[in-house]
Design a protein around this ligand. Structure first.
Ligand code: HAM
Length: 420
């Protein structure tokens, strides 16, 4: 038997209905904040991610699905979408459009990580980017939007963590201090941290090994290394959040795993998720556009929600997400099946969902209608075709009425109108 590749999975009904609900809620919220959808390719030139996300990051150094194209070029399945969105922004000169460019996306991303609960090699993100302003008001609005979105999907018990990693210059200073401290402390830390201390010292702050925590706690905080402009930017982001009544915790160790961040970073975690508890992550990336070749400055901020993880937290939506079947149409005999198929088409056109039985045995079809949770069964036999009246059975009450074709269409037109 051929199975799905390790770290990938099929999203089957009824779970797929929850995914659709979450995506529909996201589209509604994005529209409220004036975001429009962008769809970028699933693969890009490898150099986009190497330059955008950073050569030293875990993502680029060991998790990308990179392959040689037939013409010898190097392509990579997108491990994230911010770099692609910025590439599209530059390529299509979106800076020439009026105002801040507000773009959202949803779709699969690929990282060759060790699969576990909430961590896959093909996973899905719902994300948004606001490009063209460095105002802290934009940071606060982006964070407000994602909090709004989580509320709309019914997620509770989440915590918003925020931080500022400062500008590139303050980070260079902080990195130098960390490197110096780690030269002495690294031998007491886990193997990964010993490596990170040399390659990317900021990543040490992200270590999850419990024994390392007391040592990491003694490292200086990045907030002490912010310059005045960064410090004031961060203060204003917090003020805007306070004004909106949005609760958050400042976590100075929140440095995130991608190199493009500058100033604000944030994550939302959820207690029910276990080790992989970040439902989403995001932050500001002033300077990224320039490093990807933009001639004009394009400061921006955005986030990506891990849709797989979000769906896991909204289990209560699961039952409500499945739309029940309106009508199971039960034709008895070939002639009835032909009539039934035409009636089914008319019913669907007025908005009723219809499943047409092909079994011809009434008892078996009624059993199946029950199992499919149909609201009504419509019975069509030779007799009904002669008299032009059909039996409409209410599956909950068991009551049955004889109705003409016209009456049935009228009944479902009213019924569907009441539903919407
Ligand atoms: P990220 O933190 O790498 O950020 O990913 C964002 C979210 O994607 C994570 O919080 C997590 O929920 C989900 N995620 C990441 N890897 C996996 C995986 N292997 N399996 C399941 N879920 C996963 C970014 O990707 C940035 N592009 C976010 C951003 C947008 N920053 C600015 N704009």
């Amino acid at each position: 038997m051929i199975r799905a590749v390790k770290g990938t999975r099929d999203i089957l009904p009824p779970a797929s209905a929850v995914w659709n609900k979450v995506e529909a809620a996201a589209r509604r919220v994005f529209a409220l904040y004036n975001y429009a959808e962008i769809r970028t390719p699933i693969f890009e030139e490898t150099s986009l991610f190497a330059r955008g996300v950073g050569e030293e990051t875990d993502i680029v150094s060991k998790e990308m699905y990179t392959f040689e194209d037939r013409d010898g070029g190097s392509l990579t399945l997108r491990p994230e979408n911010t770099a692609s969105v910025l590439r599209a922004y530059i390529e299509h000169r979106l800076d020439q459009n009026p105002g801040v460019q507000k773009l959202y996306y949803m779709g699969p991303m690929f990282r060759r990580e060790r699969p576990q609960k909430g961590r896959y090699r093909q996973f899905y993100q719902i994300g948004a980017e606001a490009i063209g302003s460095d105002s802290p008001a934009v940071d606060a609005e982006v964070i407000e939007m994602v909090v709004h979105l989580l509320q709309e999907t019914g997620i509770h018990d989440s915590e918003l963590l925020i931080n500022s990693v400062g500008s590139k210059e303050s980070r260079v200073k902080y990195n130098a201090v960390l490197r110096e401290k780690l030269a002495e402390l690294a031998p007491k830390l886990c193997e990964d941290c010993q490596r990170r201390a040399l390659t990317n010292p900021l990543r040490v702050l992200d270590c999850k090994v419990p024994e390392d925590q007391p040592i990491i706690e003694t490292l200086p905080s990045i907030l002490e290394y912010l310059d005045d402009a960064d410090r004031s930017h961060f203060r204003r982001v917090r003020e805007f959040l306070d004004d909106r009544g949005i609760k958050y915790r400042v976590k100075p160790r929140l440095v995130r795993g991608l190199d493009y961040y500058a100033r604000t970073t944030f994550e939302i975690t959820h207690g029910g998720l276990g080790a992989q508890n970040a439902v989403l992550g995001g932050g500001r990336y002033d300077g990224l556009a320039e490093s990807l070749g933009s001639k004009v400055a394009a400061p921006g901020i955005g986030f990506s929600i891990g849709e797989d993880r979000l769906v896991m937290t909204v289990e209560e939506l699961q039952a409500a997400a499945v739309e029940p079947l309106d009508i199971y149409l039960a034709p008895i005999g070939e002639n009835a099946l032909r009539h039934g198929a035409i009636l089914a088409g008319d019913l669907r056109r007025i908005g009723a969902s219809v499943e047409v039985g092909t079994d011809h045995k009434l008892k078996r079809m009624l059993e199946l209608a029950n199992k499919l949770n149909a609201r009504y069964t419509l019975i069509l036999g030779d007799n009904e075709i002669v008299t032009q009246t059909y039996g409409l059975k209410d599956m909950a009450s068991g009551g049955q009425e004889s109705l003409t074709r016209q009456q049935i269409l009228e009944r479902f037109r009213t019924y569907e109108a009441a539903k919407s």
